[in-house]
Design a protein around this ligand. Structure first.
Ligand code: HGY
Ligand code: MN
Ligand code: MN
Length: 422
């Protein structure tokens, strides 16, 4: 069976998908902003569904917008084999994060179709809604609901944090306005729903390029957690309010940010990473002492207990700091997830296919989180990484070569065919 990936078509479609964006142009590269449920996201979904239908696949959408593109197998009663990823993009990001897995998955299915391959198990491409935390402050919204790790009630009550048409609206209001009605309880899929799940994704790190390897086989996915801290101080005039009388919320926030960095480094483990990625200052005037600051913390580790140890140390610092500074600090839990182990069986299939094709590979941990972290609740999972230039991602200069994308798609196609014949 000769599987031929149409690399030219895949490159063209990736470029076309990148046009559904609200980002300004960037001299660094193709900037993409595509926030879930935005006009650009909806245009991209419409475009993708048309491509899928043109290939003869059946398209289904669930109440949160997860989109299932199915090639029905000869034994449709068996659990299907699935692949997929996301097409939403954080502000001013690149054009390959997530999209390589969605369009690569579509291309893998079309190439298998063209090769005359007939799947025993159905093969399903899944576009997962809102993998990025941009709008609702939590990542992997669609796959969490599939996995059942986020309650429909809590999800529907999530409030949009984006200053656009939706500011202050809930997920329930926004998804209904986008045409996604029905109960979120219907999104949940049972354990064992899929026979296997394989996600193709750019590495978003430098290791493959540094070691001149064209493919990464993920062994485990690190566990993300995120928290929101609201620091309450007392505002006032930048000139008249004297230093001894101040309760400056931003100075207090700065101590929290440095405490996070200090205790993360203190674990001595390279797998412990933490980022305070947003800092909203009120009232945000140069000549006004900050009275309120909201920080969002993203902390990850392959070892959730070690991650929790950092949080405990930071909380202890906060306790003494807030007394000393006379400020309040409110911590809001967003998520604290477990890591996911990849399927040894599917990893074996991937290794065999790489060896048969003479493709060198590296087995590695994924420090970025992905929908696969949650699809692990409904299927044995695996992830395929391709290199990205300088390890850059979430930036307009994010780049993966057409050759690497085609190679990853070829291995994906052969893996799906192997699993769908089991
Ligand atoms: O942040 C992440 O790991 C993913 O790219 N959303
Ligand atoms: Mn991302
Ligand atoms: Mn991604």
């Amino acid at each position: 069976m000769q599987i031929v990936i149409d690399a030219e078509r895949l490159t063209r479609e990736l470029a076309e998908l990148a046009t559904f964006s609200s980002a300004e142009t960037s001299p660094q590269g193709t900037a993409v902003t595509r926030i879930v449920y935005s006009q650009q996201d909806q245009q991209a979904r419409t475009w993708l569904k048309a491509l899928a239908r043109r290939a003869g696949f059946v398209v289904r959408e669930d109440p949160v917008g997860n989109t299932f593109i199915r090639w029905t197998g000869t034994d449709a009663s068996l659990p299907a084999v699935a692949t997929g990823s996301h097409i939403d993009a954080i502000p001013h990001a690149g054009m390959y994060d997530g999209t390589v897995g969605v369009l690569g998955g579509l291309e893998a299915m079309r190439a298998l179709q063209a090769s005359g391959y007939v799947p025993r198990r159905s093969i399903e491409l899944v576009l997962l809604t809102s993998e990025e935390p941009t709008r609702f402050g939590i990542g992997c919204l669609g796959s969490r609901l599939i996995a059942g790790t986020l309650s429909p009630e809590r999800a529907d009550a999530l409030v949009s944090q984006v200053e656009d048409f939706s500011e202050g609206a809930t997920l329930a209001q926004i998804r209904h306005a986008a045409g996604y009605t029905g109960s979120l309880a219907e999104v949940r899929l049972p354990q064992g729903h899929y026979h296997g799940w394989v996600e193709l994704h750019i590495e978003q790190g430098p290791l493959l390029e540094r070691e001149a390897l064209p493919l990464g086989l993920v062994t485990s996915i690190a566990a993300p957690a995120s928290y929101r801290f609201t620091i309450g101080g007392v505002g006032g005039h930048a000139g008249a309010l004297l230093m001894p009388d101040r309760r400056d919320a931003l100075c207090a926030a700065a101590e929290i940010i440095l405490s996070v960095e200090r205790h993360t480094l203190a674990t001595g483990a390279i797998d412990t990473v933490a980022t305070v990625g947003t800092c909203d200052v009120h009232p945000g005037a140069v000549n006004s002492v900050p009275s309120r600051v909201v920080l969002q913390l993203d902390i990850r580790d392959t070892d959730p207990d070690r991650r929790e140890g950092v949080m405990q140390a930071v909380r202890a610092d906060i306790q003494q700091m807030k007394t000393r500074r006379g400020v309040t600090v409110e911590e809001q839990f967003v998520n604290a997830d477990q890591p996911a182990q990849c399927s040894t069986h599917i990893l074996g299939v991937l290794r065999n296919i790489c060896n048969q094709n003479g493709i060198p590979y590296k087995q590695m941990v994924s420090r970025a989180y992905h929908d696969s972290l949650f699809m692990a609740q409904v299927a044995p999972i695996a992830m395929l990484f391709i290199p990205c230039r300088n390890g850059v991602s979430h930036r307009p200069d994010e780049y993966a070569s057409a050759d690497d994308i085609a190679r990853g798609t070829t291995v994906l196609a052969q893996t799906l065919a192997t699993l769908a014949s089991e």
